[in-house]
Design a protein around this ligand. Structure first.
Ligand code: KMT
Ligand code: NI
Length: 179
């Protein structure tokens, strides 16, 4: 099971868990109401995994590449870390499959509260177009992830406020329709 929780509002090290005290966990079902989906795969066999192949075919994830986020491997590491952690949205779904290491995706809930989603090896997560979110490494300081995309990838991030985009308005409509 993927683990998620409401964040505290302390402003220190982003790589710490930032759990509330006591912890306030968030279920997969609550995440789904935000349009966030999760799936567990066997990352040891990602290169020839029939399950991953099936998902990519069914969802039309034609594009994929692999990003390794570590200070020794990622060019402009410090700058990228900052960009990933600035609250933003995309006009398309963000689809990530963790092959090694771990990290946190933070997403805003309906009441604009931060939910922290801990992703580890084998977690495939999809964030819907238009959701405000951010990413950080955790205290292990390393993640290797597959980036998937429908068609030609567009990684453009629109930092908040980005409410005028159709993707944002469509997402708000989706939120309003979910019980
Ligand atoms: C993103 O868009 O935030 C990234 O590609 C970094 C996270 S991948 C686990
Ligand atoms: Ni993003």
């Amino acid at each position: 099971m993927v683990e998620a929780w409401y964040m505290d509002s302390l402003d220190d090290d982003q790589r710490k868990p930032h759990r509330m005290e006591p912890n306030q966990s968030v279920s997969l079902q609550e995440l789904e109401k935000l349009g966030v989906y999760h799936l567990k795969l066997n990352a040891d066999i990602y290169e020839a995994d029939p399950e991953l192949k099936k998902i990519r075919t069914e969802r039309n994830y034609t594009f994929m590449d692999i990003i390794t986020i570590h200070k020794d491997t990622l060019p402009n590491y410090d700058e990228k870390i900052k960009i990933f952690y600035a609250e933003h949205l995309h006009l398309d779904d963000e689809i990530r499959y963790v092959l090694e290491g771990s990290g946190y995706f933070d997403v805003r809930n309906k009441d604009d509260k931060w939910i922290r989603i801990s992703v580890v090896k084998g977690d495939l997560i999809t964030l819907p177009a238009g959701i405000y979110h951010r990413f950080t490494l955790d205290e292990n300081n390393f993640v290797k992830a597959m980036r998937l995309f429908v068609g030609e990838p567009v990684w453009t991030a629109y930092n908040r406020p980005a409410d005028s985009y159709k993707a944002r308005q469509d997402y708000l409509t989706f939120l309003a329709q979910v019980a």
